[in-house]
Design a protein around this ligand. Structure first.
Ligand code: TYM
Length: 336
């Protein structure tokens, strides 16, 4: 008799911090890929509120932003019937595994993390231990769900590498416990740069609001921000070294339209930057329009959001609990 082979779906996990209104960088570098991959894989997606407190947060704002980011995950089209959508702090296993993994991570390797170096400069008055061990919590997030693939922007690559190192080290000592995750970093959009300083990553914490587009900006604001984007004096739309501003706009346009860099260069041959910027803004406006519209509906339905979070926490706790138990047993804890 012929046997039917059912191939196990690969697992993906990713998280986003509720530390402000997400930007076009978050959307193109991560969220858009989450939606695409969620249709193909078993997905788990979290609002990483535990990570957010490594920088001082206003309590009321943190609560509000956590709900907003949860609503955004639904607005981008993630389906809570298909993917596990949850708030990180609702699943205590994250903090528990992070503690265990802290004891399998070397001070020296953490000391090399560039994000820690950057953030300890920008938050010099609060260089707390959580900020330092942040990548271990991130490793716990990933390893609890036995994720094969982690869709992130390029800025998270180093954190993914350490998650892999921790998983390999633990597996080496105790036998196969964790899936070793691979990063999934999109070709375009992996590093969306500031519109005002294209040598810097687009960031929601940029003190200059013209530098970033928020996913909830109105079409008028988006147009204005792109019109004032920094470019160069060559007046030729082509992807080349030294043309950071134009390269960034081309990357954004490519993500929204699916066109290659060559196709974009052809489309704008003989046209000025003014025309190009307007077309990039229009493409972004159309890309974000359905997200904003769905978001505006979902955010008003508090009961639905609560229900999604509760269901997500329940499923996530079950999955994470299995891995946590297995890990604790291997380490030698007396199980209750
Ligand atoms: P966060 O909240 O800073 O950003 C969420 C996602 O957006 C990506 N991203 C960008 N991509 C392209 N261009 C940009 N300018 C840009 N800015 C941000 C980030 O790479 C990220 O994928 N540590 C993570 C959150 C996290 C996590 C995890 C991620 C916590 N646990 C486990 C993956 C797996 C962070 O701070 O992302």
């Amino acid at each position: 008799m012929e046997t039917v082979q059912t191939e196990k779906k690969k697992k993906i996990l990713s998280c986003i911090q509720p530390s402000g209104i997400p930007t076009l960088g978050n959307y193109l570098g991560a969220l858009k890929n989450w939606k695409t991959l969620a249709d193909e894989f078993d997905g788990a997606f979290a609002v990483a509120d535990l990570h957010a407190i490594t920088v001082r947060q206003d309590p009321a704002k943190l609560r509000q932003q956590t709900s907003e980011v949860l609503a955004l995950l639904l607005a981008i089209g993630l389906d809570p019937e298909k993917s596990v959508i949850f708030v990180q702090s609702h699943v205590p296993a994250h903090a528990q595994l992070a503690w265990v993994l802290n004891c399998y991570t070397q001070f020296g390797e953490m000391n090399r993390m560039t994000q820690f170096k950057d953030k300890s400069t920008s938050h010099a008055d609060n260089v707390n231990v959580g900020l330092f061990s942040y990548p271990v919590l991130m490793a716990a997030d990933i390893l609890l769900y036995q994720a094969d693939l982690v869709p992130v922007g390029a800025d998270q690559k180093q954190h993914l590498e350490i998650a892999r190192d921790i998983a390999n080290r633990f597996n080496g000592i105790y036998g196969n416990t964790f899936t070793v995750p691979d990063p999934y970093i999109g070709k375009n959009g992996a590093r969306v740069m500031s519109l005002q300083d294209p040598s810097k990553k687009m960031s929601k914490s940029d003190p200059n609001p013209k530098g970033f587009v928020s996913v909830f900006d109105t079409p008028e604001v988006i147009m204005k921000k792109f019109k004032s984007a920094v470019t160069d004096s060559e007046a030729c739309v082509r992807f080349a070294e030294g043309k950071d501003g134009i390269n960034n706009l081309m990357g954004i346009y490519s993500c929204c339209t699916g066109l290659t860099m060559d196709e974009i260069a052809n489309q704008f041959e003989g046209k000025g930057y003014g025309d190009f910027k307007v077309e990039v803004a229009n493409a972004v406006i159309e890309e974000l329009r359905p997200v904003r519209e769905r978001y505006n509906q979902i955010i008003t339905d508090k009961a639905y959001l609560k229900e999604v979070a509760a269901k997500g926490a329940d499923t996530a706790s079950r999955i994470a609990g299995r891995t946590l138990n297995k890990t604790m047993k291997k380490v030698g804890f007396l199980m209750p």
